[in-house]
Write a protein that binds this ligand. Structure first.
Ligand code: ZN
Length: 334
């Protein structure tokens, strides 16, 4: 395992490589980006590089005892902190502080990775800030968060912030094909749905259920669009159980109607822009009876539902209302 195992994120990799080469190491680094973009992998590889005892110039070597123990999470100088339940509590942060005040067990850096750092309570962040203000020698904090804007600005200003970028889809496809043996069509669909996030594409591929869920989502929309609002609602009650599945259904629905719009505008000239390219036939059929005005109303309905769900308005009522409204929109003439 080494920096070459990371795809995309070239700027970050170069910068961290140079930091190790020139031995210019900061006390705090923030890796910011959505779930699945490779923050934790980057943190572990950087941690390996920081304590690598191999002779190679390009660290980490991946083969020395320090690298091996770091990559498996068993290095005594490495600590991984993550939320217990919903949050990272002040007690945990106090633990980190007293640990970091002690000398590293072995030569090299003591590395503390804080995963989902934005889940630190305000008290926890305040306590952590004090440590960052007077950081113990040879301690490096790697702070992983979906968005650094969720951390205290005073924490952010004391760290080097690296924002992870979406990965180019061709690069991602090549990477997945070189490492795994999934059918071409599945890789294509997963990459298109991943929005540039490698972990999301891999999760889609691993979880055959998610392809099954998509088939069910298409059925639900089909029912609503053909005016069978009640059938759509019944099917939805099977597929949507919680906030997470509701959001996944809404994200899918947005991608579905976006595809229909693209299809209408491009008249088949831009099929490579279609996200749900494996369902082109159904998309074309839906495109044939949805006018632009209807599509706009439907998008509005879905976006409104998305906002409801985000604000924890009743999930079942919101989804039922949405399907009912979509059935209604399509029954109008014009
Ligand atoms: Zn090594």
């Amino acid at each position: 395992m080494g920096f070459n195992d990371i795809i995309g994120q070239r700027v970050i990799v170069e910068s961290l490589r140079n930091a190790v080469k020139s031995n210019m190491i900061s006390n705090g680094y923030i890796f910011s980006g959505p779930k699945g973009c490779g923050k934790k992998l980057m943190a572990f590889i950087f941690a390996m590089a920081l304590n690598c005892s191999g002779k190679a110039n390009d660290k980490p070597c991946g083969g020395c005892s320090s690298c091996i123990r770091t990559s498996s999470g068993n290095h005594p100088n490495l600590e991984l902190v993550k939320p217990i339940g919903q949050s990272i509590k002040i007690k945990q942060v106090r633990g980190i502080i007293s640990d970091s005040a002690r000398k590293p067990f072995e030569r090299g850096y003591k590395i503390i990775i804080i995963d989902n750092a934005d889940k630190m309570t305000i008290e926890a962040q305040d306590a952590f800030l004090k440590t960052l203000e007077e950081p113990p020698e040879n301690t490096v904090f790697l702070i992983l968060t979906e968005s650094h804007s969720l951390l205290l600005p005073t924490i952010v200003s004391r760290c080097q912030v690296y924002r992870f970028k979406p990965v180019d889809s061709l690069e991602m496809k090549a990477f997945i094909k070189s490492k795994y043996d999934y059918p071409e069509m599945d890789v294509e669909a997963a990459v298109r749905h991943s929005k540039g996030i490698v972990g999301r594409a891999l999760e889609l591929l691993r979880d055959k259920g998610s392809f099954k869920a998509r088939a069910l989502y298409i059925d639900i929309l089909e029912k609503a669009l053909t005016g069978n609002g009640n059938d759509a609602i019944l099917l939805a009650s099977e597929a949507i159980e919680d906030k997470e599945s509701a959001e996944s259904f809404l994200e899918f629905s947005l991608s579905w109607f976006r595809d229909i719009m693209v299809l209408g505008e491009s008249r088949g000239a831009c099929d490579n822009l279609i996200i749900n390219a494996d369902s082109l036939e159904v998309l074309s059929r839906h495109n044939s009876f949805l006018t632009e005005a209807k599509l706009n109303s439907i998008m509005e309905i879905i976006n409104k539902t998305y906002r409801y769900i985000k604000h924890n308005v009743g999930i079942k009522n919101s989804i039922d209302g949405m399907l009912f409204n979509i059935a209604e929109v399509n029954s109008y003439n014009g």
